[in-house]
Ligand binder design. Structure first.
Ligand code: FES
Ligand SMILES: [Fe+2]
Length: 427
């Protein structure tokens, strides 16, 4: 009974985790952390775009020096969109009347003003850092926290594949789905890359770690699968590889809201394939980018709205895992209503995430100290059924100082869809 009461209390409070626009509780909390906001390869030198992250618009541009910058979306003069302007060196000139801004947000030119008042004008500027092929930004106020890297993904004998996607529902649904192993045997039942037999609630465990939640499943034979959730919105897991040349694969995901009903999963995989093997894996992955030519987001909606059926889907032409998760998660509603939920033992991962969020958000809003989440080298995922052991820092396969190459493997149809989602619509 005590458990039921505490779960329903969490369900009511969960509403605070869902809305992430400026000034909202979760929006303010998430802005305390560095977040990926775009892919490096998508931002060309000398180009600017308006992106929407957590219901807030920004201008993201790459100066002629190659450095990426992030500033407010609109010009403070009369409010036009700054991304339509000109990039001059690392500075940005507004399209409308030519006011010019430095990357730190200072206004440095006002061509029509004989008595310029540049020193009274500035726009918001946000620290940016490129890492593992992603553009990270700190969207909060004050000094950004230290940027926490993930050395396993930097140096090892293999490549880092970028494989992000967008999903048309609230980000927290995907975040909760991370620690929900009991969905795998159903949603992904026909997928070769799933761990069969996962599901029984009493075989699951979830413990708070220094980074977030360590989530495990123990098979009857004692074999364990362990996944790591990092507060507030990161996931580190081992996947069964789908390529015959790859013995193990690890992935890290960040779930970043675009607005309250759409989000990005920024994904990087570390794939232990180098040299000749690497070239073979690379060729297959690149071919797949074109072969997948059905947009999973559109197809999911067609299935949910009765215009198509899962049984008729051509699995070679769509990213099946994403489509399956789209159907489950978007099927919960654009923002899932949790008030009537009936949670069971199989949901302990979901409950663990909600508890942490609930506790941290309450502390944050009341001005009490929040936990400083850190991942050290001991917080790693593991799984059975792999060929070989994942390379660990300093260990075998760690690469001896070789920087792993970052390779984009997103299907072209997916890139088009996610840029549409990331680029702010005019409003
Ligand atoms: S609106 Fe930007 S200079 Fe006028
Ligand atoms: Fe899934």
């Amino acid at each position: 009974m005590a458990q039921a009461a505490s779960i329903s209390r969490l369900s009511a409070r969960a509403a605070d985790c869902l809305r992430t626009g400026p000034g909202t509780p979760a929006g303010r909390y998430l802005r305390q952390f560095w977040q990926p906001v775009y892919h490096s390869v998508d931002l060309k030198t000398g180009r600017a775009v308006t992106i929407r992250i957590m219901s807030q618009d920004f201008t993201l541009y790459r100066g002629q020096t190659g450095t990426a910058h992030l500033v407010d979306a609109r010009c403070p003069h009369r409010g036009t969109q700054l991304s339509s302007g000109w990039i001059e060196g690392d500075e940005l000139r507004c399209f409308y009347h030519g006011w010019k801004f430095a990357p730190d947000g200072r206004c440095i030119e006002q061509p029509a003003e004989e008595n310029g008042f540049c020193d009274k004008v500035s726009i918001g500027a946000y620290p940016v850092r490129e890492y593992l092929g992603l553009i990270f930004a700190f969207l909060g106020t004050g000094r950004p926290p230290e940027f926490q890297g993930h050395p396993e993904f930097e140096q090892f004998d293999g490549m880092v594949e970028i494989d992000s996607y967008s999903r048309d529902c609230n980000y927290f649904q995907n975040l909760e789905n991370a620690l929900d192993m009991s969905h795998i045997g159903f949603v992904h039942a026909d997928n070769a890359a799933v761990f069969k037999g996962v599901g029984l609630g009493r075989a699951l465990d979830a413990e708070e770690s220094d980074w977030g939640v360590t989530y495990g499943f123990t098979r009857p034979d004692g074999q364990r699968r362990v996944q790591q959730f990092g507060m507030p919105n990161i996931f580190y897991l081992t996947a069964l590889p789908t390529d015959p040349d790859v013995g193990w694969q690890e992935s890290m995901f960040w779930w970043v809201p675009l607005d309250d009903t759409r989000h990005m999963q920024f994904s990087v995989h570390r794939v232990p394939a180098a040299g000749e093997v690497g070239a073979r894996v690379h060729a297959r992955r690149q071919a797949r980018r074109t072969e997948i030519d059905i947009c999973h987001q559109t197809l999911a909606r067609d299935i949910l709205e009765g215009r198509a059926h899962m049984a008729e889907v051509d699995k070679t032409k769509v990213d099946l895992v994403r489509l399956q998760d789209d159907i489950a998660q978007v099927g919960q509603g654009l923002i899932a209503d949790r008030a009537g939920e009936r949670l069971g033992r199989g949901d302990i991962g979901v409950i663990a995430i909600r508890r942490l969020w609930d506790r941290e958000l309450a502390a944050f809003l009341e001005g009490r100290p929040t936990k400083g989440w850190r991942r050290d080298a001991s917080i790693v995922p593991r799984a059975w059924g792999l060929a070989g052991n994942p390379a660990r820092i300093g260990g075998e396969g760690a690469g001896g100082g070789r920087i792993a190459e970052v390779i984009d493997v997103r299907p072209h149809v997916e890139i088009a869809e996610q840029l549409k989602a990331l680029h702010a619509t005019v409003r």
